[in-house]
Ligand binder design. Structure first.
Ligand SMILES: [Zn+2]
Ligand SMILES: [Zn+2]
Length: 56
């Protein structure tokens, strides 16, 4: 299933935040200006994904 369900149910080993931001990009980034970087995504790109956000 695609859409909201898919966005909120990442497979094992995926980062919940990055998955959601990738699949529900419009909603996840709705608060940003059109070319503004997403602080959440940038943080994960630079520092990696916090273990508590990885699906087990
Ligand atoms: Zn991440
Ligand atoms: Zn993002």
């Amino acid at each position: 299933m695609f859409g909201a369900n898919r966005a909120q149910n990442p497979p094992r080993g995926e980062c919940r935040q990055c998955w959601y931001h990738a699949y529900a990009s419009r909603q996840a980034h709705a608060h940003l200006a059109p070319r503004e970087d997403c602080p959440d995504c940038v943080s994960h790109m630079r520092n990696g994904h916090p273990p508590h956000l990885i699906v087990k």
